[in-house]
Design a protein around this ligand. Structure first.
Ligand SMILES: Cc1cc2nc3c(=O)[nH]c(=O)nc-3n(C[C@H](O)[C@H](O)[C@H](O)COP(=O)(O)OP(=O)(O)OC[C@H]3O[C@@H](n4cnc5c(N)ncnc54)[C@H](O)[C@@H]3O)c2cc1C
Length: 424
């Protein structure tokens, strides 16, 4: 893979060929995650398209000129002009090949697809999910010299990676930025020597055969599988919700609150996460209206007291959203008063939804799903074994009362020690 500098850019990139350029940085986990995928596609497409790398920090002026503000970022060029969308962050192989295929003819694509080879690798343990539960299992298994692979469609860290401040993880006097906590946990897991396959597409998972296919062509066989895939936020299925998801409706305050400086925001929900996230959003927004279905908030007492003392936040109790629309720049939420059945409209600059979570299980082959509780969470025994032989479940996906980073890492520990002993 050829590495170039800004001085060589015109010669190497703008002279008419088809070119991909990876702007990378050092000490950049998503850049490390991209590197093997970039090499693999370069091997396949390299006779038709030129693949280059540029060190972003060493070539800042060029990066800024090209609008590259994060690493890694892939840019695509043809006939001296930039083409297609850029991609950055946790880049999947499928996102790269989708763009490369747009640069080729149908015959060229067919020829490349013929060359693609299936690969099979074997492990003692495959961990699905790189949140705190999966990373902790990885640390213990790696230290016990158990051959382990950790697989995640995103970058490691799970919810921890997008939590603004974590103040209750033992061992830190000051509240920790969740992103850094995720980074430390992930580096600690990597140092034990386990393999990471992150930002991949999960093609299929067969818990009975213990086979996981990623990126369509790579089969991972394991003696044991740990499910640590966590949860996803619930949606309301109200008209307009799907349409405006990410375009006015958000499920992540850490990700999006910063875009609402001095703006008005609607928050849906009244439990712990809604109250805590409304408090966080109030650092940016000028006014927050919470919509809550019950006549009292269901968060913990301290959070409720903080919310009540916050002049920016008001709560409309016993109301539920019925419809979301965009009118000009405003999001208009139609809300129903559950007592009087009266409908009214509430306009704001953005809507945040925090109405609980559901277990991430949709990826499983429906013939083999472990026993679940009434809410769709996986039932386990005290060693975190599920109803399927040699399949374990840990973290938020498990049927339990309290879902926290500490309870997730505890589950990871228990499953990993159990497995290490069984494999000995
Ligand atoms: C907004 C917010 C704030 C929070 N604040 C705190 C706090 O301050 N303190 C605290 O202790 N707890 C907090 N929590 C709870 C805590 O983050 C969770 O309990 C914890 O992250 C659960 O860890 P996990 O590893 O089980 O799941 P997650 O953190 O959800 O990680 C699951 C991982 O699985 C991956 N995954 C999903 N589908 C698949 C698949 N098909 N195959 C493979 N991988 C998959 C995901 O990409 C993700 O990386 C907070 C939660 C939220 C939502």
């Amino acid at each position: 893979m050829k590495e170039i500098t800004a001085n060589e850019f015109d010669q190497e990139v703008l002279k008419g060929e088809k070119v991909v350029v990876d702007f990378y940085s050092t000490e950049c986990p998503p850049c490390e995650a991209l590197f093997p995928k970039y090499e693999a596609v370069a091997e396949l497409y390299g006779h038709k398209i030129k693949f280059l790398k540029i060190y972003r920090q060493g070539n800042r002026e060029l990066a800024t000129q090209l609008g590259v503000s994060s690493s890694p970022t892939l840019l695509f060029f043809e006939n001296g002009k930039q083409i297609l969308d850029t991609i950055s962050g946790g880049i999947k192989k499928s996102e790269i090949t989708a763009r490369l295929n747009q640069m080729l003819t149908e015959n060229e694509i067919a020829e490349i697809q013929k060359k693609q080879q299936r690969s099979v690798s074997e492990y003692d343990v495959a961990i699905l999910g790189g949140g705190p539960a999966g990373l902790t299992a990885g640390i213990y298994l790696g230290q016990a010299k158990v051959k382990t692979v950790l697989i995640d469609p995103a970058l490691p860290g799970g919810y921890m990676g997008i939590t603004h401040q974590v103040s209750n993880y033992p061992g830190f006097v000051e509240a920790q930025n969740g992103y850094m906590l995720a980074h430390y946990m992930s580096e600690q897991a990597k140092q034990t020597g386990i393999d990471f396959k992150v930002a991949v597409d999960i093609t299929s998972v067969d818990l009975v055969k213990k086979e996981i296919v990623i990126d369509e062509l790579e089969t991972i066989k394991a003696k044991k599988i740990i499910i640590a895939t966590g949860t996803s936020p619930n949606t309301m299925n109200a008209p307009g919700e799907k349409e405006y998801k990410g375009k006015g409706i958000s499920y992540c305050a850490t990700c999006d609150a910063k875009y609402f400086v001095d703006k008005e925001v609607t928050v849906i929900g009244g439990g712990n996460s809604a109250v805590e996230e409304a408090l966080f959003i109030s650092k940016f927004a000028s006014k927050i209206t919470m919509i809550h279905q019950f006549d009292a908030l269901t968060a913990n007492k301290t959070a409720i007291e903080q919310l009540q003392a916050n002049e920016k936040i008001t709560v409309r109790y016993e109301h539920e959203p019925r419809k979301f629309e965009k009118r000009g720049e405003k999001m208009v939420t139609t809300i129903e008063n559950l007592r009087t059945k009266e409908m009214s409209e509430l306009a704001s600059d953005g809507v945040f939804v925090f109405i609980g979570f559901k277990a991430n299980l949709a990826f499983l082959n429906t013939n083999a799903i472990p026993a679940l509780d009434n809410w769709g969470y996986i039932q386990t025994d005290e060693d975190r074994k599920t109803s399927i032989s040699d399949v374990y479940a840990i973290g938020d996906i498990v049927s339990k009362k309290y879902r926290q980073i500490t309870t997730a890492v505890a589950d990871g520990t228990i499953a990993a020690i159990t497995i290490s002993k069984e494999l000995n």
